[in-house]
Design a protein around this ligand. Structure first.
Ligand SMILES: Cc1ncc(COP(=O)(O)O)c(C=O)c1O
Length: 378
């Protein structure tokens, strides 16, 4: 075995994640014309206010940032009408997932979630030495009954991605209300609302109620709500997200964090982006309109599409998705094949700008005719 295998901790040894490679393609190798529909990013990027705010911060980056992100926490607390100590800002919301696991889990303890959900849940649980129980899905969404049944005396966290990544399905607020009423008191529920703004907009269009998450926080429930600036605010590259939850629990999580991990540039960008409602509105409106066109285009090609409440579409190609994604990449379009999620025939496509979605559908149509011609000539 290798030189360090016996020296590293068990979680580092057992982690199901590729080892860092020296010859993987780097982002700068990416063709400039690549249409990136593989990571659920915002195709419009950040708002002008955020860009200006980041620019103004640059000259001061010789100093460390405010470790507690006090200005941003105060603004978030006002914005969400919670106490400032109920807000913890982290370098992307995935960092908070890691902190929560390190704070609540240890070997012998477990967390529960659904199969085919956000991949970082399993990484964060494994890194903390815990065990992740993944229950089967129901109609491509979370099966809350199955989650309740899987909770045992060693469970400390339940992860609910709402909407779920990669299927895009949403749980309505009443379902979550009823579920929370039945979760035992030794379990903290992480309500992951990374796609909050998109889901809230879809819910309004569909006349359904999306989320009561802030009520749970205000009432002191054992719930941590996760939000991020990476999606609707278009700031995925600067890494800033946050959790809203019980002050005591977030205080323990804050003790476990790395120092100065949220840069001053990220704090300034988030402060500026938080209430740029016109930008967010145009982003979610484009998303809703384009989700319809993209879904209809894929359905017209004969593929299966799950109705989405997020900024991506889960699509069943009924053929090998990894190979399909490779062929699409040659046309300078990146989508995410979902073999690692146990869905080898499915892809996740980020909803892009209109011209990006049209380019994707054109390429998808060519791939479809090629496949039909191949099978006809066999
Ligand atoms: C369900 C879910 N939660 C959280 C995140 C994390 O985003 P970030 O770490 O950029 O805040 C993502 C990103 O794709 C996601 O899909």
């Amino acid at each position: 075995m290798s030189r360090f295998f016996d020296l590293v901790s068990k979680p580092a040894r057992d982690m199901r994640r590729p080892i860092l490679s020296g010859n993987a393609p780097v982002a700068i190798d990416r063709p400039p014309q690549l249409i990136k529909l593989d990571s659920n990013e915002n195709p419009f990027g950040p708002c002008t206010r955020a860009i200006d705010a980041m620019r103004e911060t640059l000259a001061g980056t010789g100093s460390y940032p405010d470790d507690d992100c006090n200005l941003l926490r105060r603004k978030l607390a006002e914005h969400h009408e919670v106490q400032m100590e109920q807000v913890l800002v982290t370098a992307g919301s995935t960092a908070l997932l890691g902190l929560l696991c390190q704070t609540l889990l240890e070997p012998g303890l477990n967390a529960v979630t659904s199969e085919r959900s956000f991949i970082v849940y399993s990484m964060a649980v494994q890194a903390a030495g815990g065990h992740l129980i993944e229950v089967p899905m129901h109609d491509d969404g979370f099966d809350l009954e199955a989650i309740l049944a899987a909770i045992d005396s060693n469970t400390r966290i339940v992860f609910i991605a709402n909407p779920n990544n990669p299927t895009g399905t949403m749980l309505e607020s009443e379902m979550v209300d009823r579920f929370l009423a039945r979760v035992p008191s030794h379990v903290v529920v992480l309500l992951d609302e990374a796609y909050y703004e998109f889901a809230a907009h879809f819910a309004t269009l569909r006349s359904v109620k999306y989320s009561n998450s802030l009520e749970y926080v205000r009432n002191g429930a054992s719930v941590v709500v996760l939000r991020t600036f990476s999606k609707a605010h278009g700031l995925a590259g600067v890494r800033v997200g946050y959790g809203l939850g019980p002050a005591e629990l977030l205080g323990y999580c804050a003790r476990m964090r790395n120092t100065f991990s949220v840069s001053s540039v990220a704090q300034a960008a988030a402060l500026a982006a938080l209430d740029d409602h016109p930008h967010i509105q145009s982003v979610v409106e484009n998303n809703a309109i384009q989700s319809r066109d993209l879904s209809q285009g894929l359905l017209a090609l004969g593929y299966g599409v799950v109705p989405t409440s997020a900024n991506f579409v889960f699509c069943d190609l009924r053929e090998d998705a990894a190979n399909y994604a490779d062929r699409l990449h040659k046309e300078s379009i990146a989508v995410r094949p979902l073999g690692s999620w146990g869905a080898p025939n499915c892809i996740r496509v980020t909803i892009g700008r209109p011209e990006q979605n049209r380019a994707f559908l054109r390429a998808a149509s060519v791939l479809k005719s090629d496949a039909e011609n191949r099978s006809a000539s066999r």
